[in-house]
Design a binder for this molecule. Structure first.
Ligand code: C2E
Ligand code: MG
Ligand code: MG
Ligand code: MG
Length: 287
C-alpha cells in the first residue's frame, strides 16, 4: 500500500491520504464557521487552597458546542486551530466570553481570579498583550481577576516575543501560570526564562502519588517553586490520597475531579455564591 512508503510518490495517489487532506480542509472550514457563529462556550473548573480547601479561583476551559448538540473537546480542535492560525480568532472569542463572565461575577461582588488558557501561538501576534489589556481596560475590571495559563510547547518558537508580552501582561497585573509542568523537554529552561507566578503540576506527576518516587519528584518541584516564590497548583487530583500527599509535599493549590469538575457557568456561579457552606473539611471561621 502506498501509505506504507512515506515520502514516496505513490503516497500522492493514496486515496486515504487524499481523504485525510480534504477532511482537514473541511475541518478548517467548519472551525471558521464555528468561530463566526460563536459556537464556543467556557466551562469553569474550580481551584482550591491546600489545607483549607477553600475555593481560590477558576480555570476557564473551552468547549465547542455544535448546532447538532455534539460537544467537541479542546484536545480535538485546539492543535488544529494552532496549526492553521485559527487559534488567533478563537482566542479572541474565548477572551471575550471570559471577560463577560468575570464581569458578571464581579458585579455580584465576587473577586476570585479566573485563568484562561492561552496558546503560545497567540503570542506570535505582536499586539496580543496590547489587545488583551485594551479589552481588560474597557471592561472596567480591577486588576487581578484575569490570569493566563500557557503551555510550553513546540509552538513556542519566538521565545523573545512570548517573553516580552508576558512581561507586559505581568506588569499590568495579569499574572501567568506555566501549565502542564513536568511534561515537555525544557521546562526548567522555561521556568528560568519566563516571568511566571504559578507552576501547574501536570496530572502525570500527580497521578502516581503517593508512591515514593513520585512523591520525591513532587516534593523537589514544590521546593524549587517555593524558592522561586511561585504558587504550585496540582492538576488532575482525583483521590484523597493524592490530595493529602500534595498538601504534605508543599503544593499550594489543588485542582481536579476530587474537588471539582469543570462547571457550566450557572453551576460555577452557584459554587461561588455558596462557597464555604456544606464543604467537607471546611476550616471553622476564626474570630
Ligand atoms: P489544561 O489547561 O492542562 O486543562 C486540564 C485538563 O484536564 C482539562 O481538560 C480538564 O477538564 C481536565 N481535568 C481536570 N481535572 C481532571 C482530573 O481530575 N482528571 C482528569 N483525567 N482530567 C482532569 P480539557 O478541558 O479537555 O482541556 C484539555 C486541554 O485543552 C487543556 O489542558 C488546555 O491545554 C487546552 N484548552 C482548554 N481550553 C482552552 C482554551 O480556552 N484555549 C486554549 N488555547 N487551550 C485550551
Ligand atoms: Mg490550563
Ligand atoms: Mg494542564
Ligand atoms: Mg494541557
Amino acid at each position: 500500500r502506498a501509505k506504507q512508503i512515506p515520502g514516496s510518490a505513490f503516497a500522492l495517489f493514496d486515496p486515504q491520504l487524499d481523504r485525510r487532506a480534504s477532511s482537514m480542509l473541511q475541518a478548517e472550514q467548519l472551525l471558521d464557521k464555528a468561530v463566526r457563529a460563536r459556537e464556543f462556550q467556557l466551562v469553569y473548573q474550580p481551584k482550591f487552597h491546600c489545607g483549607s480547601r477553600q475555593l481560590s479561583g477558576f480555570e476557564a476551559l473551552v468547549r465547542w458546542q455544535r448546532p447538532d448538540g455534539q460537544r467537541i473537546s479542546p484536545a480535538d480542535f485546539i492543535p488544529a486551530a494552532e496549526r492553521t492560525g485559527q487559534i488567533l480568532a478563537l482566542g479572541e472569542l474565548i477572551i471575550d466570553i471570559a471577560l463577560q463572565q468575570i464581569r458578571q461575577w464581579h458585579q455580584q461582588g465576587q473577586v476570585l481570579p479566573v485563568a484562561i488558557n492561552v496558546s503560545p501561538v497567540q503570542f506570535t501576534h505582536p499586539r496580543f498583550a496590547d489587545r488583551l489589556l485594551e479589552r481588560l481596560a474597557q471592561s472596567g475590571l480591577p486588576r487581578g481577576l484575569l490570569e493566563i495559563e500557557i503551555t510550553e510547547s513546540a509552538a513556542m518558537t519566538e521565545l523573545d516575543e512570548v517573553l516580552r508580552q508576558l512581561e507586559q501582561l505581568g506588569a499590568a497585573g495579569v499574572p501567568c501560570a506555566m501549565d502542564d509542568f513536568g511534561t515537555g523537554q525544557s521546562s526548567l529552561t522555561m521556568l528560568r526564562k519566563l516571568p511566571i507566578r504559578t507552576l501547574k503540576l501536570d496530572r502525570s506527576m500527580v497521578e502516581p502519588l503517593p508512591r515514593p518516587e513520585a512523591a520525591a519528584i513532587v516534593e523537589a518541584t514544590c521546593a524549587l517553586g517555593r524558592s522561586l516564590n511561585l504558587e504550585i497548583v496540582a492538576e488532575g487530583v482525583e483521590t484523597e490520597e493524592q490530595a493529602a500527599a500534595l498538601e504534605r509535599l508543599g503544593a499550594t493549590h489543588l485542582q481536579g475531579y476530587l474537588l471539582g469538575r469543570p462547571l457550566e457557568p450557572a453551576a460555577a456561579t452557584a459554587l461561588l455564591q455558596h462557597r464555604g457552606e456544606d464543604r467537607p473539611r471546611q476550616t471553622p471561621a476564626v474570630h
